[in-house]
Structure formats: structure tokens, C-alpha cells
Ligand binder design. Sequence first.
Ligand SMILES: *Cc1c(COP(=O)(O)O)cnc(C)c1O
Length: 357
Amino acid sequence: MSQIDTASIKISRAEGSKVSEVDFGQLPFGRVFTDHMLVAYTQNGNWEQAEIKPFGNISIHPALSALHYGQSIFEGMKAYRDTKGNPLLFRPMDNYERFVKSAERMFMAPVPKSMFMEGIKALVSLDREWIPAVPGGSLYVRPLLFATDPYVGIKPSDNYCFIVFACPVGAYYAEAINVYIEEKYTRAAEGGVGAVKAAGNYAASLYPNKFRVDKGYRQLVWTDAKEHKYIEESGTMNIFFVINGKVITPDTSRDTILKGVTRMSVISLAKDMGYEVEERRISVMEVIDSLQNGTLTEAFGSGTAATIAHIAAIGYREGHHDLPSIDQRPISTALLNRLTNIRTGVEPDPYGWVVKV
Ligand SMILES: *Cc1c(COP(=O)(O)O)cnc(C)c1O
């Protein structure tokens, strides 16, 4: 893949901004888009100059291989306003590294680092007025890479399209959510693609999710594909439990769990705040027993979209186990506050996570 001079990203500005039409107090997640997007294509396998241009439809060939065979991956990160109103990205390099890993696993052309980083910075800078100046508000940045060969045969595509667009968003789950432990369907198996953000993973989760959503559960808690005995993650969030005061999360060594940037951040913060942290296998039985004997006091999901989503109750088979109310969750509340304050520049960032645009 040839390296291009991405310092020269072409910028074609929108004629006017739609930002004044948006009600930032009432933002549905992922349905409002900023004025611009970044688009880049490969030609004969080489990246051409990326262009930031007015947000809008793209034209695709009906035989586009991504549509037929699923060579399509994505990322998700957020830009926040600091106390002075300037945009801050949270750990974008970690998203880039995962994007490369996803591309590798799906046998796709990687996006050059400079195009990814400089492209996102330029887009966020141009659309900075779209970062909501409301509590919990941020700009959700969505990088996307898909195969563009117009070819019906199954083979790795020769050419790809890289797009980045952004959505102003409010708090994801304003309330604590109910989750249900899934024992029939599987999200990821060892040797599969669960550890990368491949588009098809999310399509495959919709049908299993439906049954529980119908019964009042917001997300499934996935279990391991072999025995359905061990907890993996919840929907598109990693999962944490507080048991006997220890912060416990499933380890990611089997490559069936997505290694969340939020997960890594929560683990670092929890350790530095003096909590004992365990990354290990955690069985469904341990969770249910700890719920029943009252030693499991807090549970939450972690992810860029949701940040930290408190879990209100856990369903398992015929049972429904309520957790303590949110005001009785000192550890997850402290972690959420610390993470929020670092991401928004309210507290200094000793980790080097925050990147100015
Ligand atoms: C994106 C994602 C997460 C969370 O990752 P973050 O980097 O924290 O946003 C967790 N699980 C799955 C399956 C995901 O797709």
C-alpha cells in the first residue's frame, strides 16, 4: 500500500451549516449527522487522496463485494469539548490499532495511520460546532472501511473505501439497563472474528436479541460458544462486576471478546484508584450465586457509545435478579466520574489518552 501525503487532505466545505437546526437537548443516538464526511478510495490497491466533503449519499455498484460477502469493518470513538470548548479525542490511536487488526483479520487493505488520524482530526476540527455543549454530550466518530470491487466471485477485494462521519450524541443509556444471560445463541467462537469490529458480527446478534428485548431486556449477556458456562460480554459492551468489593471482568485471551478501549481505561483507572481488579474467566454460576448471596453489588457495561452503563437487573433462565439502585454503587460511579473528567479535560490526564484536535 503506497503512503500518501495525507497532510494534503482535500477539503471541500459545505455551503452552509445545518448545526442551527439541531436540538442538542434531544439527540437520538446515531441519527443526526454533521455537515461533512471524509471519503477515500483505493485505486489499483493504492490509496488516493482523502477528501472531506459535504455529508451525503455515496453511489455504489450492485455487485459491491462488501454487500455480498461482508468485508466491512468499523470503529467508534468520541470527541468531547474541553472546559474551554475545544475538541478532545479519547485514545484515537487505540482505535486505529484495532482498525488495523480488524482489517487484517478480514483480509482488507489497512488505512494508513496518517490518513486515519489526520483525517479524523480535520473532520472534527471542521465540524467542532457539532460537539454538543450539554452534559454527557459528545461527537461520536464512525470510521468505516469496506470492499468496493464490483465482482460476484468470492475473493478478497482489490479495492476499498474508507469513510469517516460523525454524529452528535447525548448520553447513550440514560437509565440503568436490564440484561439477559444467553445460553443458546453465540456471538463469537474461538478462531472466529469476535475480537474485531466486523460488520457481520452485529447482524448475527439481532435475531437472538429480539426474544429478550420482547421481554424487557435491553441487551444479551453472551456466554462462551463451547459450553455457555462463562460470561463474555454484553451486546456491544464489555462487562464488569463488583463482587466482594473486587472489580472483575472476563479476560480477553481467547479472542472471543472485543478488547474495548473503554474496558482498558476502566481497568487502568480502577487499579490506580486502589481497587483490586481481576481479569479472568467468570462463570454464569458465580454471577448468579453472588447475586443470590448479596456479594455482587454492582455491574455495568463499558463501551465508547455507552461509556459506563449500569446494569439494573440480570435475567437468567426463568429468574430475574435485581441489583442495588444506582445511588448504592460507589465503585462504578467513581469510575464513571473519573473517566468523564479525564475525557472532557476537567481533570488532568496522566495517561496521555486525550488528544487535542
Ligand atoms: C465496540 C465494542 C465494544 C466496546 O469497545 P470500546 O472500544 O470500549 O468502544 C465492546 N464489545 C463489542 C462487541 C464491541 O463491538
